[in-house]
Design a protein around this ligand. Structure first.
Ligand SMILES: NC(=O)c1ccc[n+]([C@@H]2O[C@H](COP(=O)([O-])OP(=O)(O)OC[C@H]3O[C@@H](n4cnc5c(N)ncnc54)[C@H](OP(=O)(O)O)[C@@H]3O)[C@@H](O)[C@H]2O)c1
Length: 222
C-alpha cells in the first residue's frame, strides 16, 4: 500500500535522494524544512530530477506540516540538530513510524564519531519519541547514488528497531529502491554499529573518490 512519507530536513541531499526513490516507488512524498519555501524548492528539485519518469506526488512544507499528513517519517537532519528537532515534533510524531537515518558524525580533518549518551542516534530518537515506532535505516546509502534516479544502488539497508511490524514495513520500503535489499539488523541497541560504519564508508569515499555502500554475503537462500 502506498505511504505518505515526510522527510524532516528533507532539503539536504540525503532527503532529496530518498524522496526521489520513494516517489519512483509510488509513495507520496513531502519534503520538510524549517522553512516552507525551502521545502517547496526542495520538492521542485526532486521533481526536476525525476523528469518524465512515472512517479507519485512530491511536495514541500515546513517540518511540522509535512509530518502531520504522513504515516511514515524519515529524519534526515544533521546530528547536531537531532535532539532539538525531535523534541519539537514529539507530539506530531506520536503513533507514526519514524525512520532515523542520522549518523552521529562531525567533520574535523575527516569524519569523526560523536559520542551519543544513549548509544546511537536511533536509540536517542526512541528515548525522545516514546509514543512513536522508531526504526533505524538508510544510514549506509550515499545521497549521490539515491539522487540519480537511474542508478542501481547494489547495497543493503540495515534496519534496526524494537517494533517488528514497523521494521518489516521499512524493510519492504527499502526493497523498493532499485538494487537495494532491506535486512533485519536486530534490536535498537545494534543501531550504533549501523550508524558508525557510515564513518568508515565516508573515509573510503574520500580516499577512492567513490560513493560506496555495503552488501552482506551468505543470505541468498533467505
Ligand atoms: N549525505 C549522505 O550521503 C548521507 C548518507 C546517509 C545518512 N546521512 C545522514 O542523513 C542526514 C542528512 O544528511 P544530508 O547530507 O542531507 O545533511 P544536510 O544537508 O547537512 O542537512 C539536511 C537538512 O537538515 C536541515 N538542518 C540543518 N541544520 C539544522 C538545524 N540546526 N535544525 C534543524 N534542521 C536543520 C536543513 O534543512 P532546512 O534548512 O531546509 O531546514 C538541511 O537541508 C545526516 O544526519 C546524515 O548523517 C547522509
Amino acid at each position: 500500500m502506498p505511504h505518505t512519507i515526510a522527510l524532516v530536513g528533507g532539503t539536504g541531499p540525503e532527503g532529496r535522494g530518498l524522496a526521489t526513490r520513494f516517489a519512483l516507488a509510488g509513495h507520496r512524498v513531502v519534503i520538510g524544512s524549517r522553512d516552507a519555501t525551502r521545502g517547496e524548492a526542495g520538492a521542485a528539485e526532486v521533481l526536476a530530477g525525476l523528469g518524465s519518469r512515472p512517479h507519485a506526488a512530491v511536495s514541500g512544507a515546513d517540518n511540522a506540516t509535512a509530518v502531520s499528513g504522513a504515516d511514515l517519517v524519515v529524519v534526515v537532519v544533521p546530528y547536531a540538530a537531532h535532539r532539538a528537532t525531535l523534541e519539537g515534533l514529539r507530539d506530531a510524531l506520536a503513533g507514526k513510524i519514524v525512520i532515523d537515518a542520522v549518523v552521529p558524525v562531525v567533520f574535523n580533518r575527516g569524519p569523526r564519531p560523536v559520542d551519543v549518551p544513549d548509544g546511537s542516534a536511533t536509540e536517542e530518537a526512541a528515548a525522545i519519541l516514546g509514543g512513536s515506532r522508531v526504526v533505524g535505516a538508510f544510514h549506509n546509502l550515499a545521497a549521490e547514488v539515491l539522487l540519480d534516479p537511474d542508478a542501481s544502488a547494489g547495497a543493503d539497508v540495515f534496519v534496526t528497531g524494537a517494533d517488528a511490524e514497523a521494521k518489516q514495513a521499512v524493510i519492504a520500503l527499502a526493497g523498493e529502491i532499485a538494487g537495494v535489499r532491506g535486512i533485519d539488523a536486530g534490536p535498537l541497541r545494534f543501531s550504533r554499529f549501523v550508524e558508525q560504519i557510515t564513518i568508515l564508508l565516508i573515509g573510503i569515499n574520500g580516499r577512492y573518490k567513490a560513493h560506496t555502500g555495503l552488501r552482506v554475503v551468505g543470505l541468498d537462500a533467505h
